[in-house]
Design a protein around this ligand. Structure first.
Ligand SMILES: C[S@@+](CC[C@H](N)C(=O)[O-])C[C@H]1O[C@@H](n2cnc3c(N)ncnc32)[C@H](O)[C@@H]1O
Length: 253
């Protein structure tokens, strides 16, 4: 059973264009850059929790892939379909209404993506079940790029914030962040964790600690597009700060 309050929340955000999936558009850009570098040309991609479809549309255009996007928000799916039609991508791209709890029968894929979707499920049990459902849609040797959030990275960032006199941050009401050690146990003989990549560590360290402190001291309102935030995205990841991570899974049956 899907959580109707959370579905309504995402339905209401659907019209927000580039920030429908997150107000933090720099984080979204980091995710997109990472996927661009890792997804091979011509891959068949499934995006679960695809939102308004922008990630799939970008990858289909830039890497000649084909894809299916699944989301439980009817408005997100409608907008994704409209965008695909406007870009003349109907032959390569399909958007379907469906849930993480019960992924529709859409076939097998070379690559599967989730971007901050599983964290919308409110127990670790449901998240693990959704993970197994995703793995069932992966071809042998295929990869699952799990871009999700963990509490450990948030806690590490909060330690630094508190040491500078800033308030700790918490996960949004509709999210349950993973525990890194719990996710590591999801590996089995049929799939393994190829890499845990702290891709947004520098961005989180500089934006949520350094910039946040400077802005607080000057009594300035926080901006996602501050100069420090923009520069931080150009640096390689240092450390393991921030909640957003890539868990890269490989199927090996
Ligand atoms: C953080 S947004 C990300 C959207 C898109 N991937 C992006 O990066 O812009 C999470 C998406 O997951 C979808 N979602 C959340 N819970 C879901 C569920 N149980 N089943 C299917 N989709 C879900 C939401 O509707 C939303 O579009």
């Amino acid at each position: 059973m899907v959580n109707e309050k959370i579905r309504q929340f995402w339905d209401e955000r659907a019209g927000l264009g580039g920030i429908a999936g997150s107000n933090d558009f720099l984080l979204k850009n980091l995710e997109l850059d990472l996927l661009r570098k890792r997804i091979p040309e011509n891959a068949k991609i499934l995006d679960v929790g695809c939102g308004n479809g922008q990630t799939l549309i970008t990858l289909i255009k830039e890497k000649n892939c084909t894809g299916v996007g699944v989301d439980f928000s009817p408005k997100m799916v409608e907008l994704a379909k409209n965008s695909a039609a406007q870009e003349n991508l109907d032959a390569k791209l399909k958007f379907v209404e469906g849930s993480l709890e019960e992924i529709p029968d859409v076939g097998l894929f070379d690559c599967i993506i989730t971007e901050r979707s599983l964290i919308n499920l409110d127990s670790e049990e449901k998240q693990y079940k959704a993970f197994l459902g995703i793995m069932n849609h992966l071809k042998n040797n295929g990869r699952y790029y799990m871009l999700e959030s963990c509490i450990d990275g948030l806690e590490r960032t909060n330690e630094l914030r508190v040491s500078l006199g800033l308030e700790p941050m918490s996960a949004p009401w509709h999210n349950l962040f993973f525990r890194e050690d719990a996710v590591a146990k999801w590996a089995s003989k049929n799939y393994f964790l190829e890499e845990l990549y702290h891709f947004s560590s520098t961005y989180h360290l500089l934006s949520r600690v350094v910039y946040a402190k400077l802005a607080a001291d000057k009594n300035e309102e926080l901006r996602y597009d501050s100069d420090i935030n923009l520069i931080s995205c150009k640096l390689p990841p240092i450390g393991n700060y921030g909640p957003a991570k890539l868990w890269q899974w490989r199927k090996c049956e």
